[in-house]
Each structure stands twice: as C-alpha cells, then as structure tokens.
Design a protein around this ligand. Sequence first.
Ligand SMILES: [Zn+2]
Length: 414
Amino acid sequence: MPTSAALSRTIVEPCKSHPPNRQHSLGPFVVSIPSIANLSHFTLIETLDAYGFTNRAPSPWRGEEPDDWDAYPVEIGDLPDFGRDRAPVDNNDAFGGSLGAWDSLGDRIFGQSRKPERLPPPGAVDALAWYLPFHCYGPDWGIYIKEDEVLNLAAHVKSRLGGGPPKPDETQQLCRVALSILYLHEAFHHKIESFATRLEISRLSAVYLRYDEHVFRPLLGTDSVLEEALACFEMHLRLRTEKSFHGNVRADIKEAALSFLTDWIPYLPPGYRRGLDRHLPRELGVLMSQVAEGRVTPSQSPNDWNIASHMIRGLFNQGLVAHVVVPVGTKPTIPWLDAARYLSISTRKVERHITKDFGYVDTGRGKGSHRHYHCIGRDPITLPSNRESLSPGVQRQVASALGYKNIRELASKC
Ligand SMILES: [Zn+2]
C-alpha cells in the first residue's frame, strides 16, 4: 500500500483571521481540505503507480511520443487578453516577439487563408493535437498541440473573416482562438481521466485503463465513441461561452472561429462529427457510467451523475499547461513560443540545483535511464539521465517539489 499521505491528509493550521466559509472551526485551529490546486503531479503519479492503476506501455491510440517533438509550454490563461483596455502590440510586448515577427506570421496566415477554401483534412482532431494520460505517460502527461496545425486553423478562421493581411493584433487573436480550439478538445480528455482517477481513489480499483481497453478503443472510429463527441461539443461550447478561451477577442474573429467549427465538426470522422448535436450533453451521464463500469452498455442510470456532476472537473483545470510542439530541431514561429525558449533546462543544471541548493540526495535506486533523489520534507524527484532539455512534465514535477510557482521560476533559478 502506498503512503499517499499527501492525498488524504487534512492540513491543520493556526487560525490567523476570521475563518472563511469553506473552513470549519476547530478550537484555535482551522481544518481545511487541501485544494485541488495543491495536488502535486508527483503525488498523483506516485500514488496511482503504487496502486497498480497505471501502465507505461502507452496505447498507440492516445497520441505520439513526446520525445519525437520539441515542446514549448503555453498556458492559455497567460496569453494576452484583448479587452478594450489592452494596449496595442508593440516592440516590447511582454509575450515576446517584435512587431516584425507578428507581421510576417500574419502574412503567412493570410497567404494560407487565400488558398481555395478547403477544410482541414478529415483526420481526427487528435491528429492535430493529442492528450497523453498520466496513467500511461507519467510525468510527460498532458496536452500536445502541433504548431503548424494552430497556424492552419488560424488561416481557416481568417478566410472566413475576410479583409487584407492581418495586423499584429489581429494575428495574435487568430492564433489565440486557433490554439484554444485544439486545447479545449484535449482538455476534455483530461476531465475524463480525472473522473476515472477520483473513482480509482475512492474504490481502490483500476478504472481508467479498463475503460480505455473495453470502451474507448473498441468504439473509436464509430459514432458511439462518446468521449470524442463530447470533446468536440466542449470545443464549440467553451470557446463561445468562456472568456478565458476567447480572451476578449474581437466579436467578428470569435464569430469566424465559431463558424469554422460549425462547418468543420460535421466533417470530422465518426464520433467527432456528432459534436454539434445539441442533445449530446444528455449523454455525458452515459459516458460517466461507461467509465465507471468499463462497459459499452453500462447498467447505472446516467441520471445518477447529476448528483456527482463535479466529479468530471479536471484535476488540473487551473493552469493545465499545453505543449505546443514543433519537429525536433526546428524552431517555433509563433512569437509567444519563442519567448518560452529559455525554458530549455538540462538534467545537469537541475541536478546541481536540487543537490547544492536544496540538499537532495541521489538514492541510487534509479535504473540506468533515470535517477531518484530524496530530500526530507519534500516530494522525491526523478530525473531522466543526461537530457539536454528536460520535458515540460519533468520540469513541472521538479518545480512543484521545490515549491516554485511554475517552470518559469525553476528556469530562472537553475
Ligand atoms: Zn480527442
């Protein structure tokens, strides 16, 4: 049995002020449940591993290997907001990239948008972006989005928008909606894995891999694959309704993006193409029962889940980072990603930082490809040996163990 104390413990801390509503008074102390935001990636993966709920022989259905791509982390919530008060893009734009870089990207998107109108190939959305589950990929889990496909979708939105070559501000807004479209689809896969994980921890039996094997994979390629249909539904719904995803982009750009989705979704493969069916939300309960029972035809009433609707929230909804990927050895062209280039950190640098500055010790338990480090009072750290650039997942695990806010802070300290 694992010692997953971090998952189950409550935190007892002195009461500093009037207790907020969500805390319960207990004499001079306040007992609060650790918030979801405090869940460390390491604890999650270690606990699931220890219970035997994971399988590191990744399913070919779930996406491409992270090592085949160079990945640039991007947090959708960190991208610029385009509200009325936002200053126009200038050469000192906080998100990197000069006006010139955005200008030439705008020209490229404009050029592509003028090609004879054609929808992206009828391959699945998951060929353009994919979600790697933590049940199969450990610290490399997460959303991966091909940069070329972001630009391709941006061109499709631009062709509906019309007008001349986009100015830098418009180019940024086109990139933002294109990125959000792919992100939102993949974020739904994270929600389903999060739901399965909650069931696993409450029942202490495997759920996600069983659902993957007995429901998701057999149904893939058919209109019965509810996870893909609902992922497409959310893509459209959340882009339309949630400010964090359209980021206050101009109304005509948002409308062009939604009009593109309205044409594109029915053109997608079976399952995906049902994404505009307005009755689909009713089937969310069926999908939840399928996950819970690992059966295509579950016996539990879908209505039961109305009582447990919060179980479908993503474990890492806040700050779920996407990795925009480019082929190994090439450079990204979206200037936001260029600004993230300094996030490349080697194994050697991190090793030096955690041992010298934090007192981590190599346990000698690692296999040749990985080494394990321990430090009393902190989460252990596992590092792949001799990497010039650690994957965003590993960087995230290290940042969380050291108590840093994000991997940007880690990069600045190494
Ligand atoms: Zn998908």
